[in-house]
Design a protein. Structure first.
Length: 100
C-alpha cells in the first residue's frame, strides 16, 4: 500500500534537503520515508521554485497549487461561458420561431 503524505510534510522534507543541506539518506532515515519519493519531491519543488508547473502531478508549493487551482477554475468558467452562449443562441432561435 502506498503512503500518502501531506504537502506540508513534503515541503518539510524537501526543505531539510534543499535549505538545510541534509542528505537524502539522512532525511529518509529521520522521517521514515523512501529515497525515491523524496528525490521526486525534491526535483518537483526545485522546478516549482523556478516557476515551472509540475507535469501531470499535483503541485507541492503553495504558489504552484494556487496556479493549478486558478487554471482549473478558469477552464470551468470557459466551459460555463460556452454553455451560456449555446443556450442564448437556442433561446434566440426559439423566440424568432414563436414571433412568426
Amino acid at each position: 500500500m502506498r503512503n500518502s503524505y501531506s504537502n506540508e510534510f513534503k515541503l518539510k522534507a524537501v526543505a531539510m534537503v534543499l535549505d538545510e543541506g541534509q542528505s537524502v539518506p539522512e532525511v529518509c532515515a529521520s522521517l521514515s520515508i523512501g529515497p525515491t519519493a523524496l528525490r521526486r519531491w525534491v526535483e518537483q519543488v526545485r522546478q516549482e521554485r523556478l516557476g515551472s508547473p509540475p507535469v501531470a502531478a499535483k503541485a507541492i508549493t503553495p504558489e504552484q497549487r494556487e496556479i493549478q487551482e486558478l487554471k482549473a477554475l478558469l477552464k470551468q468558467k470557459d466551459r460555463d461561458i460556452e454553455i451560456l452562449k449555446k443556450a442564448s443562441a437556442l433561446l434566440l432561435l426559439d423566440s424568432k420561431d414563436h414571433s412568426r
